[in-house]
Design a protein. Structure first.
Length: 530
């Protein structure tokens, strides 16, 4: 009987313990903060040296941290760096690093930064982001194979000190360094696959680490307990659900299965926006990002500047903003956003049909062609922009009397087509890497740059940008930049359509997300307060 009572007591204690453990697990599970976000596509790359597109940058900001990071005030703040000394001539920067760790426990060192940056600008490394580092001495020459990578102005003096030399003074350099491409990868891990993306056992130094991923399904990141500022990270997990269909994404939001839908990783169905706006549930944030149609200047008939201008002038931007997009976008007939204070009047007139037809006919005469002799014209777009493309297709038909064919691609394939200049007319949103007119203009400086998908180059444009780079008088610098923009839009390798206004829906309990003046969204400080 005593043994029986003992057994009963033991079982009761075990059951009590199990219940307590179960209650503890339920409590922990209940307290775990998980943010769920819809994304339209898989990111192009999670490697900061490669993923230069806007969507990839969202993930890279979560997984990696550079020397500087943009704060909610839109200004650069120290991240991995704790101090910087700048020489009197503005050419040399000496960074001192904090004591920080990779997610595998190894220290983050200046050698990681030197290795990573030099990989980006290595002639043989598959990165399209090298142009962002062309401020660094000999970076452009190295990327083009004209000098050794060892001649580039980046040197780790020791584990905690990074010395950087610029080509010319650039007051925006620290702001530029908030770009994800300036984040490091762990040298000891990355060297296992030195010619390509990070291997599967990648480690991270950002606020989150990659926990799980299934292509075309989801990406899951969890809080990095080795992040130097870990105590300020308020959320445990972010799950990105890949949902190519905009209406499906909206349905997931309305059913409570996701907490955020819309920009920066997908779009809202245009027809649904009015109802959410009326209910005061629609949110948007302004941006300096400009949506462009771009021309491959090496392919006829867009090797003729007048033909490019004709197609640009024929577009009715105001009708598109009012009737197609409806998210608060603003018509743009300049390439430099007005917020940067470069100009006070448009560089050309929106929907100037008369001038478009005049330029079209003049271009035919210059090319010694008739309309019937024109090659087939194709507008290649990512599938997310079909409605916009169809509207512009009809505007072109009404102006010129023929139909431009529309060709759609998946996003990653589309990016490859652009990089290979395998298109005739294309489109994308250009987001400057820093809040200065040079942030827009410099990407079209050289046709050899991979980022310059148009293939356009102009000697006067190059001279004006170089003059602006070396001009200390700010008023004169502005004049150089203004002339450069006017020249660019007279040549028209790109056709600005509108300044983006990023629309999204979020649950009321989601807080702490901020967007920079450049329209870059950062989820690092996100919180869920139910």
């Amino acid at each position: 009987m005593k043994q029986y009572k003992f057994l009963i007591t033991a079982l009761l204690l075990l059951a009590s313990s199990a219940c307590q453990q179960s209650d503890h697990n339920i409590k922990n599970k209940h307290e775990e903060k998980v943010l769920k976000i819809c994304a339209k596509d898989d990111p192009y790359s999670l490697d900061p040296r490669i993923g230069g597109d806007r969507a990839s940058q969202v993930y890279i900001r979560l997984l990696y941290e550079g020397l500087m990071r943009e704060g909610s005030d839109g200004k650069p703040h120290f991240a991995v760096a704790k101090d910087v000394k700048v020489s009197d001539d503005g050419l040399n920067y000496t960074f001192t690093l904090k004591d920080t760790q990779w997610s595998n426990g190894e220290p983050v060192t200046a050698f990681d930064f030197e290795y990573s940056w030099k990989k980006v600008i290595d002639h043989d490394f598959p990165s399209t982001s090298g142009y962002i580092m062309y401020l660094i001495k000999n970076a452009k020459a190295a990327k083009e194979g004209h000098c050794s990578i060892q001649d580039v102005g980046v040197k780790a003096l020791d584990a905690k000190t990074l010395f950087v030399t610029l080509e010319h003074p650039a007051p925006y350099f620290l702001e530029m360094m908030t770009s994800g491409v300036y984040a490091p990868v762990c040298k000891s891990v990355a060297e296992k696959n030195p010619t390509g993306p990070l291997v599967a056992d990648a480690v991270y130094n950002g606020p989150f680490i990659l926990h799980d991923r299934k292509l075309k399904d989801f990406i899951e990141v969890v809080k990095n307990d080795k992040y130097w500022n870990c105590d300020e990270v308020k959320i445990d997990k972010i799950r990105f659900i890949i949902s190519p269909n905009e209406r499906t994404s909206l349905m997931l939001f309305e059913r409570g299965e996701v907490d955020w839908v819309g920009d920066p990783l997908t779009k809202l169905p245009v027809n649904a926006i009015p109802q959410f706006r009326a209910a005061k549930k629609f949110n948007n944030f302004p941006s300096t990002s400009i949506f462009l149609y771009v021309f491959n200047v090496d392919r006829a008939p867009f090797n003729n500047p007048k033909m490019r201008r004709a197609f640009s002038y024929a577009i009715d931007r105001q009708a598109i903003v009012d009737n197609i997009l409806k998210e608060g976008q603003c018509v743009e007939t300049n390439f430099i956003p007005s917020s940067m204070g470069l100009h006070h009047s448009p560089c050309f007139k929106d929907h100037d049909v008369e001038m478009a037809r005049k330029l079209f006919n003049e271009s035919l005469v210059e090319m010694e062609m008739t309309v019937d002799q024109l090659p087939k014209m194709v507008l290649t777009i990512p599938d997310r922009h079909v409605m916009l493309a169809q509207a512009i297709q009809e505007q072109w038909r009404l102006t010129f009397g023929f139909t431009v064919e529309i060709e759609t691609c998946e996003w990653n394939i589309y990016l490859d087509r652009l990089n290979e200049r395998d298109y005739q007319i294309g489109c994308y949103a250009w987001s400057p890497n820093f809040n200065d007119p040079m942030g827009n203009l410099h990407y079209l400086k050289y046709k050899a740059d991979v980022i310059n998908d148009t293939g356009w180059e102009h000697p006067r444009f190059i001279t004006l940008l170089e003059s602006a780079d070396h001009e200390l008088n700010l008023l004169q610098r502005k004049e150089f930049l203004r002339e450069a923009e006017e020249l660019l839009l007279n040549e028209m390798p790109i056709a600005p359509l509108y300044t983006e206004a990023h629309g999204y829906l979020k649950k009321d309990y989601v807080t702490g997300v901020f967007a920079s003046p450049l329209g870059e969204v950062d989820f690092r400080e996100v919180d869920i307060k139910r």
